[in-house]
Design a protein around this ligand. Structure first.
Ligand code: SAH
Ligand code: SF4
Ligand code: F3S
Length: 477
């Protein structure tokens, strides 16, 4: 298989395992208790999944996990670079590490992930944040044990942005996942699409797919561990397998997963519209364990802006996809991402996005104001709208979507559905009788009454009330 050379070889991981043992020995000598780690994750599910791998490596080094920095011997901040706001939050957070370090000078502080992969960020940390001990980028994830050992044994700060953009795939590390019944499973890494606004291809490198056999094995293991709702992850899952020389593509992977025995749900994100095919939707419709639910980011509704974004589809093509998907899955839920205020977007062009919302009627949206990212094509494209105009458009967008979400949710009242009951309690102060959280096949949030003791199980429910953000229901005996 063409990508075996990109899988971090067992030999290489063997080296890292040896570093794990060395770190473990150092802490055993130094402490008369188990060393503790505190991890913090910004950004998307891919980053969450990376943190689970990091936790896997920490466990191999003997660490336990704590919920507060005060109890920690090491703190790891896994960062996101998608928008300026995300980076500013991280800088704010890194500032707090200085206090923690004052309280505990032995504390090891680590910054990693997408933001850390950028040279200008690493430089800034090097020069202005002396209390950060280790900085490593996404390509150096597999060398975390070696870098940690180097910091402890040599006492010097470590900056590791090495690794080429073709990247690598780490196998044979057992991720330490959150307890519960929902899990992430990365099926591929990186992105080849270079949307003109987006930093991801620069900080995560080129697309590389995991071996389907390895994915199936990991999936089965998740089922054995009790997970029942599993999300396959990739920046563009529709191009899964493009680098596997015809061994398996995404619809095929879904078929194979669907054939695994057991009562489970599988979903995926994200799908790029330019690579979504009728075959994908036919497969989703046919496979009963694949949720009839899709996150299909459209970004905007205007063809000129879509072209400038380098999205490689038109509004019309997007609508054709949605219409086809709904024709084979009438109950399909669709969510999307929208960017408001892309450079050059006019108020008239923005109205095409509003039209897109009215035409598609998304279940819900993730909405963003454009944020220029250094190194991307759109970084210095000129604006025609002022900040205030962009803000006004953003608010109009929210208003329209909130109405649509509300209208869609209202149609659920009286319906019978099957949900997976969560561990989480209702954290809201209203509607207190609906104590449990649950998710529908379409990933709609339903607060439940009468669901005590059903955590982690499927339940048949009836919807009693609705709001813009959630549904409320009770268990049918
Ligand atoms: N791979 C996914 C998206 C990952 S980023 C996809 O192509 O759909 C998640 C979302 O962040 C994007 O869909 C986009 O809406 C938003 N985003 C990315 N870069 C941005 C930027 N520079 N400014 C504002 N929003 C951005
Ligand atoms: Fe970014 Fe586009 Fe790749 Fe998504 S597909 S990660 S938006 S470049
Ligand atoms: Fe952020 Fe990296 Fe994800 S930039 S959105 S954490 S891929």
């Amino acid at each position: 298989m063409s990508n075996t050379s990109r899988v971090v070889s067992d030999e290489l991981m063997q080296v890292q395992r040896e570093y794990c043992d060395k770190v473990r020995a150092i802490y055993e000598n130094k402490l008369d208790r188990q060393p503790m780690a505190f991890t913090q994750t910004f950004g998307c599910q891919q980053n969450e999944a990376d943190t689970e791998l990091i936790r896997g490596m920490l466990a191999m080094m003997g660490f336990g996990f704590c919920d507060s920095i005060d109890e920690a011997d090491i703190v790891i901040v896994n960062t996101c670079a998608i928008r300026d706001h995300a980076e500013q939050r991280v800088y704010g957070n890194v500032g707090e590490l200085s206090h923690a370090k004052k309280n505990n000078p032995e504390l090891i502080t680590v910054l990693c992930g997408c933001m850390a992969q950028q040279k200008h960020v690493a430089e800034r940390i090097k020069n202005s944040y002396p209390y950060v001990d280790i900085v490593f980028g996404t390509h150096a994830l597999c060398r975390f044990p070696e870098n940690l050992h180097s910091r402890i044994a040599r006492g010097k700060r470590v900056f590791d942005l090495e690794g080429d953009e073709k990247g690598c795939i780490i196998e044979n590390i057992e991720p330490v996942r959150k307890q519960g019944h929902r899990a992430w499973l990365s099926i591929m890494y990186g992105c080849n699409n270079f949307c003109s606004y987006c930093v991801v291809p620069y900080v995560r490198g080129r697309e590389r797919s995991r071996d389907p056999e390895v994915i199936i094995r990991e999936f089965k293991k998740l089922l054995e561990q009790g997970y029942k709702d599993i999300t396959l992850l990739g920046q563009n899952v529709n191009s899964y397998g493009n680098d596997l020389e015809g061994v398996c593509d995404f619809p095929e992977l879904l078929e194979r997963i669907n054939a695994i025995p057991g009562d489970f749900r599988v979903r995926f994100m994200t799908s790029h519209p330019k690579d979504a095919t009728k075959r994908l939707f036919d497969t989703m419709a046919r496979c009963e364990k694949v949720c009839n639910s899709i996150h299909l980011p459209v970004q905007c509704g205007n063809d000129r802006v879509l072209k400038e974004m380098n999205r490689r589809y038109t509004g019309e093509q997007y609508l054709e996809l949605v219409d086809y998907a709904r024709s084979v899955m009438p109950d399909l839920t669709i969510t999307s991402d929208i960017i408001v205020g892309f450079p050059g977007e006019t108020n008239e062009e923005f109205q095409d996005t509003i039209k897109m919302l009215e035409r598609v009627r998304f279940d819900s949206l993730f909405t963003f104001i454009f944020s220029p990212r250094k190194g991307t094509k759109a970084w210095d494209m000129p604006d025609v709208l002022t900040k205030e105009e962009k803000q006004r458009n953003f608010e109009e967008l929210l208003e329209v979507q909130n109405r649509i979400s509300r209208e869609i949710n209202d149609t659920y009242v009286g319906k019978r559905l099957r949900v997976l009951v969560g561990e989480e309690e209702n954290d809201r102060s209203y509607n207190n009788e609906y104590t449990k959280q649950s998710r529908t096949e379409g990933f709609k949030l339903v607060y439940l009454r009468g669901a005590e003791g059903l955590e982690g199980q499927y339940a048949d429910i009836v919807i009693e009330k609705s709001s813009t953000w959630a549904l409320f229901g009770s268990v049918v005996k």
